[in-house]
Design a protein around this ligand. Structure first.
Ligand SMILES: CC(C)(COP(=O)(O)OP(=O)(O)OC[C@H]1O[C@@H](n2cnc3c(N)ncnc32)[C@H](O)[C@@H]1OP(=O)(O)O)[C@@H](O)C(=O)NCCC(=O)NCCS
Length: 180
């Protein structure tokens, strides 16, 4: 009984935390908070991924989540120009104290809904080959890993050819049969 009471309290706290969150699309000024987050939330430096132009031009397909005015999660994505059937997620993250509450999945659910509304049938994303947590997360929410240059520890990786961010993994999800 005590155990189930404790579980109930945790769930209530999580529900209250989630209810407090503010979800919105991005403005150019959000680049500042996201740049800071990328510095703090990732295990490796990925600052080269953040450019203010992304928020200027793709703000309407980029999601910002705030808790009492502070950034706690985001997803930067857009509709592919080269592939008219695809949406692409450039990067996304959840602050460590807000992880495992379903925010990452919800960010992707919202991006998938937006992509579907705009006629896209698949979404793609990438993550650093070092980022085993992200690989587990993407697989768990329904992404499959695309073939790469080499398979390392059972994961197909693409080699970094221009020397900016290391080897990476490419994910895709068919929205026509996805649960997301
Ligand atoms: C990867 C990340 C976005 C996941 O966000 P999150 O909000 O914690 O994810 P969710 O709560 O939606 O998790 C959904 C499922 O993914 C899987 N998952 C999430 N984090 C995981 C982890 N650390 N290890 C293994 N599986 C994990 C689980 O199956 C989870 O479901 P469960 O909690 O019911 O078991 C978050 O850990 C993060 O921001 N990491 C740093 C930045 C980053 O790597 N971004 C992604 C690359 S661009």
């Amino acid at each position: 009984m005590r155990r189930s009471g404790a579980r109930c309290r945790v769930m209530t706290t999580d529900a209250a935390a989630l209810a407090r969150l503010r979800w919105r699309t991005a403005e150019p000024a959000d680049a500042i908070a996201v740049a800071r987050a990328v510095d703090e939330w990732w295990e490796r430096r990925l600052n080269h991924c953040v450019q203010p132009q992304l928020f200027e031009h793709f703000g309407d397909s980029t999601f910002i989540v705030e808790d009492e005015g502070e950034l706690v999660a985001f997803l930067v994505g857009w509709l592919s120009q080269r592939y008219p059937d695809a949406g692409y997620v450039h990067f996304m993250g959840v602050r460590s104290d807000h992880r495992r509450l379903g925010l990452g999945r919800e960010l992707y659910r919202r991006f998938a809904a937006l992509a579907r509304e705009r006629g896209r049938t698949r979404i793609m994303a990438e993550t650093g080959a070092f980022n085993t947590r992200s690989i587990a997360f993407h697989r768990s929410i329904g992404f499959t890993i695309e073939p790469g240059d080499e398979v390392v520890d059972g994961v197909a990786i693409h080699h970094d050819r221009i020397g900016i961010g290391g080897d990476y993994v490419v994910f895709s999800m068919d929205l026509r049969d996805a649960a997301l």
